[in-house]
Design a protein around this ligand. Structure first.
Ligand code: SIN
Length: 279
């Protein structure tokens, strides 16, 4: 099997479409290594026209690491590491409908996710991504100096606690209050374990406060960072087609699943790859 593929950037800084790779096949190790390098460079990789069974998607994901279960979303009955993200026509909330980085309320948030489109609305349901390395690099040296060394507390309480936004999505199966309330600490600026590049690492969904700051100081700084992090020049937009698979590096992007397709059904299959503790 050929190990060559072509890449076409989706925007100036974030995302690329990958051509001439059949993910259902038994990919050579060289291809997987090249895809890893492409992910480090582009952060989001989009593959069109894939015909993937759940087993083939899982097999592809395992080439990048160990897969893990979502703590609040029930796994697929046959494949617990896979979640079916379904929005029904009558739903008023969707899963992932706000800027976030997956699972930063855990000590070791996932490395990345692999999302496959099964059923799509006739229009809409796009996913936005924002490059957090570009967001960090765009800051002044003075602001970088303030942020480097700061620590933030992350928690699932606002999303998965009682009345949390995500609990309105049908994907969420448990509202374990104790688990949702636990806080974990992560650096405000993380260094990518493979590329060594620095990225902003706070997100509106899960970052509760900055440690060792007064509440109003923390709130003001976080509000600035939440807005800065998702400015248009750092973003790309993935327009899904049936059979599109998108893989992203959760260590360098935030994402946002738009819900602009009321009255229609959307069904995606997601798996996540285990990550390490941010430093
Ligand atoms: C998510 O992983 O947050 C959901 C993304 C999507 O459904 O587009």
């Amino acid at each position: 099997m050929s190990t060559r593929f072509e890449l076409k950037p989706l925007s100036g800084r974030t995302g690329a479409e990958v051509f001439s790779v059949d993910l259902a096949g038994d990919l050579p190790a060289e291809t997987v290594a090249k895809l890893r390098r492409a992910l480090l460079e582009h952060h989001v990789l989009v593959f069109r026209g894939q015909q993937l069974s759940p087993e083939e998607q899982l097999r592809f994901g395992r080439r990048f690491g160990e897969l893990e279960r979502h703590p609040f979303v029930a796994g697929n009955a046959d494949h617990p590491e896979m979640i079916d993200i379904i929005t029904e026509p009558e739903d008023t909330a969707n899963f992932g409908g706000g800027w976030h980085t997956d699972l930063t309320f855990r000590e070791a948030p996932d490395l990345g996710s692999i999302l496959y489109a099964v059923q799509l609305p006739p229009a809409g349901g796009d996913t936005l991504f924002a490059n957090q390395q570009a967001a960090y690099e765009a800051l002044s040296e003075t602001m970088k100096g303030i942020l480097d060394g700061l620590v933030a507390v992350h928690s699932a309480a606002e999303q998965y606690g009682p009345r949390g936004y995500s609990t309105r999505s049908r994907a969420v199966a448990t509202t374990d209050t104790d688990l949702a309330a636990q806080g974990v600490e992560h650096p405000v600026v993380r260094t990518h374990p493979e590329s060594g590049r620095k990225a902003l690492y706070v997100n509106r969904a899960f970052t509760a406060r900055i440690k060792d700051m007064r509440r109003d100081e923390s709130a003001a700084l976080l509000e600035f960072l939440f807005r800065h992090a998702v400015k248009e020049p750092f973003t790309c937009r993935v327009r899904w087609e049936p059979g599109t698979l998108t893989m992203w590096d959760n260590r360098s992007v935030q994402h946002y699943a738009l819900h602009d397709y009321a009255g229609h059904r959307r069904h995606m299959r997601r798996i996540t790859i285990r990550g390490d503790r941010p430093v």
